[in-house]
Design a protein around this ligand. Structure first.
Ligand SMILES: Cc1cc2nc3c(=O)[nH]c(=O)nc-3n(C[C@H](O)[C@H](O)[C@H](O)COP(=O)(O)OP(=O)(O)OC[C@H]3O[C@@H](n4cnc5c(N)ncnc54)[C@H](O)[C@@H]3O)c2cc1C
Length: 447
């Protein structure tokens, strides 16, 4: 039930995903009275976690980067702990696994030089022989490329010519082995885009985030960031189970409580719902994603690694023993394996056969805990893609979410910052200063 005081909010935010909760945090931090209305029974939107028998099962693929600036800057995320994967990724190809793409350590990031020296001194294979993928030369090449990327700022990356990522990669002169054995499978996983139709600029941003930090998951589950954001808001700000059916610059209409007047509205739903409320808004195509969780009798891999399939011999794009990355995801002594399929749910048999090949172990004894499929998981970002779509539609009417930026948690949070700033300006209030680095977010130790 909405109390009369709540119905007198200055700004109504529609949607309690990370974007809506973040925009509410920016606004309440400047003294604005805010009401967040969420249609679902709980908060978090796409970042939700199902709890089954002590397991914490994310609905989303779970690749954040410790280098995402908004995780450090968004008010409320101070308590966020990120559990990093082991450095680089494990790639499965031609029946074996190898480590690739360990990002340059921060001290060495200025040193494309040291990576270049490693490249020059890496042992070559004898003439005419084909070295195994993942050998020292591959490491040196990748180290050099990643060090350069980590040191290149987003503004310069966004100024590069824009092509579909797959095409851009093939004209950049990367050795085919590096391309097929690391860059393609990694980008597919980061972008949820197996065909790499994404804008090369967005792909470069994703690789930059990878190279400048560590892949990580939020401790406790994907729902931890939205829970932290909501907990930082004044009590009574968020109302679940309230569906907004119409919006204007000075009111929203809800199915449950009728019309609520206000001074401004921020639409923070996903792209499709936003266009239903405001016809004419851009609706991108989407990448469908399926996330499958298995309980295994013991860890098929003890390392907290992200395992990618370079050969695409089965439905799984990437998989991890998530309980080794974040032990809070499984009850003590139990093992949780989480795998991501970039498309529709495969058959149980296909999945088990592929996972058995990737981990090199039998999977018939694994118990399927959940299969989460979202046909609208990730807004596609084909070239040309504007990663800073306007968030101010009118004085008093704003829109944010990943579809106004890049299709990531970082993008959703950044769009929220921009929308809050625009609303505060129109309300005649100052914008909060952007903290250069967080005090907050902690990177935990890998298990
Ligand atoms: C399977 C999957 C894998 C992903 N993998 C990654 C990844 O590896 N890395 C990464 O960074 N990102 C990933 N993402 C993307 C990331 O989850 C999203 O970018 C982010 O959660 C978007 O947040 P949002 O607040 O913009 O939108 P949402 O989370 O969609 O929130 C919108 C909210 O608005 C509510 N709403 C809609 N209509 C109404 C209405 N009429 N009235 C009231 N409320 C309404 C919805 O119920 C929802 O709660 C993945 C997503 C999925 C689904």
């Amino acid at each position: 039930m909405l109390e009369p005081a709540h119905a007198e909010a200055e700004v109504v935010v529609v949607g309690a995903g990370v974007a809506g909760l973040a925009v509410a945090g920016h606004l309440t931090g400047m003294g604005v009275r805010v009401l967040v209305l969420e249609a679902a029974g709980g908060i978090g939107g796409r970042m939700s976690t199902e709890k089954v028998d002590g397991f914490r099962l994310d609905r989303i693929g779970r690749l954040l980067s410790t280098s995402y600036p908004e995780l450090r800057r968004t008010p409320g995320l101070d308590g966020l702990v990120l559990r990093p994967f082991s450095p680089g990724v494990l790639v499965h190809s031609e029946g074996r696994r190898y480590r690739a793409g360990e990002p340059a350590a921060p001290r060495r990031a200025r040193g494309a030089f040291s990576a270049a020296r490693a490249l020059a001194t890496a042992p070559r294979s004898p003439r005419g022989t084909r070295p195994p993928l993942g050998g020292p030369l591959d490491h040196a090449r990748l180290g050099a490329a990643l060090a350069r990327l980590a040191a290149t700022g987003p503004a310069r990356l966004l100024a590069r010519p824009e092509l579909p990522a797959g095409r851009a990669l093939s004209v950049r002169g990367l050795p085919a082995r590096t391309l097929h054995g690391f860059v393609r499978p990694l980008l597919s996983a980061l972008l949820c885009d197996p065909e790499l139709t994404t804008s090369s600029r967005c792909a470069d941003l994703a690789l930059h985030a990878y190279a400048a930090g560590r892949l990580a998951v939020p401790e406790g589950g994907a729902d931890t960031p939205p829970e932290l954001l909501a907990a930082a808001l004044p009590p009574g700000t968020v109302h679940t189970g309230v569906r907004v059916t119409a919006v204007s610059a000075n009111s929203v209409t809800t199915a449950e409580h009728g019309r609520l007047p206000c001074r401004a509205v921020v639409l923070a739903t996903g792209a499709t719902a936003a266009a239903e409320l405001l016809p004419g808004l851009h609706v991108p195509p989407f990448h469908p994603v399926t996330v499958v969780h298995h309980a295994a009798p013991e860890p098929p891999l003890t390392e907290p690694a992200l395992l990618l399939d370079a050969d695409r011999l089965g439905p799984v794009a990437h998989t991890t023993v998530i309980s080794q990355v974040d032990p809070s995801r499984a009850p003590a002594g139990r093992t949780l394996v989480s795998s991501t399929v970039l498309g529709a749910p495969p058959s149980d048999r296909e999945l088990r056969v592929h996972l058995a090949a990737l981990y090199g172990t039998g999977t018939s004894g694994w118990e399927t805990l959940a299969v989460h499929h979202d046909p609208h998981a990730v807004p596609a970002m084909p070239a040309p893609h504007d990663p800073c779509r306007p968030v101010r539609l009118l004085d008093g009417l704003y829109v944010c979410g990943d579809h106004r930026a890049t299709s990531t948690v970082q993008g959703a949070l950044h769009s929220a910052r921009r929308a809050a700033r625009a609303a505060l300006t129109d309300l005649g209030l100052p914008s909060p200063a952007t903290p250069p680095r967080a005090r907050g977010m902690t990177v935990g130790e890998a298990a």
